[in-house]
Design a protein around this ligand. Structure first.
Ligand code: SF4
Length: 276
């Protein structure tokens, strides 16, 4: 049985958990990507991302405002709250936006691993809900800290060539890779961390890329997390970045299968449904 906000409140004083994160949005919707595509989930979007993916569909989540505002879409109304929230506060918001029975909580961003202590602590306040982490996977130290406290990791796998230069952000304790070699090393580290865990890899494929460009990435998955289910996610055309040709997705899926990887092709369904 899931906790109601009042019950969550009862647990708060005992926990002593005060790590805060800047919450941007809390809403119930349908998971549009990855292994749990189509599942009704509750989304907790945190601000802050040091990466600059060229197809990013949430650039409003990049910056960390001094006084962020959290938008809560409850079944009855849309309201705003001061965004710096403890895990306890976020749990009450999650319960408030759910239209019915408790749902799996998808912690997304931005990059939630900028706030590992918050993510670590969230689970005890939202239990028995599952907690799914959506991450770009370039914070291996932070991932190590949260792994035991999340139920699923949805790991983006991207080409360094698809990113503009990352930025340093206040609050980010871990340096993000600034060159291709460091990017590849971080990828190997996070793949080793999720090996054998409840996780999936989302390989984002933009137009203009060849299947061959992804071969080193597939080699890393095969070497370090061979059982990781892979989703090939064609980019939804964005910011002048086109969708890939179907021939590239076909070739890429064959390259994955040749490496004995479990692979499927899935576009972002929330875009076609017109939902957040
Ligand atoms: S990691 Fe996610 S939030 Fe950050 S720039 Fe890339 S797509 Fe956008």
């Amino acid at each position: 049985v899931a906790l109601h906000p009042e019950e969550v409140a009862e647990r708060a004083p005992a926990s002593g958990v005060s790590a805060r994160a800047p919450v941007l949005e809390v809403f119930a919707s349908i998971q549009g990507e990855g292994r749990f595509v189509g599942e009704p989930q509750t989304f907790l979007r945190l601000a802050g991302c040091p990466l600059r993916c060229r197809w990013c569909d949430t650039p409003g989540s990049w910056a960390v405002a001094a006084q962020p505002e959290a938008r809560l879409d409850t079944p009855a109304t849309r309201r705003r709250e001061p965004g710096w929230a403890t895990p306890f506060q976020a749990a009450t918001w999650i319960a408030a936006v759910e239209p019915g029975l408790p749902r799996t909580v998808s912690v997304t961003g931005g990059e939630p691993l900028m706030w590992p202590e918050f993510v670590r602590a969230l689970k005890s306040f939202v239990a028995p809900r599952r907690v799914h982490l959506e991450t770009a996977g370039v914070h291996p130290r932070a991932l190590t800290r949260v792994l035991e406290r999340v139920d699923h990791v949805s790991l983006d796998l991207k080409l360094f060539a698809d990113l503009d230069a990352p930025v340093e952000l206040p609050g980010n304790e871990e340096r993000v890779p600034t060159d291709a070699r460091a990017w590849d090393a971080a990828r190997v580290e996070v793949l080793r961390l999720v090996r054998g865990r409840d996780a999936c890899g989302k390989l984002i494929v933009a137009g203009g890329r060849s299947a061959a460009e992804f071969e080193p990435l597939l080699d890393d998955v095969a070497a370090h997390a061979p059982a990781l289910p892979l989703v090939l996610q064609p980019v939804t055309p964005m910011n002048g970045v086109p969708a890939p040709a179907i021939s590239v997705l076909t070739e890429l899926s064959e390259l994955a299968r040749e490496r004995a990887l479990e692979v499927r092709v899935l576009p972002q369904i929330h875009r076609s449904l017109g939902i957040p």
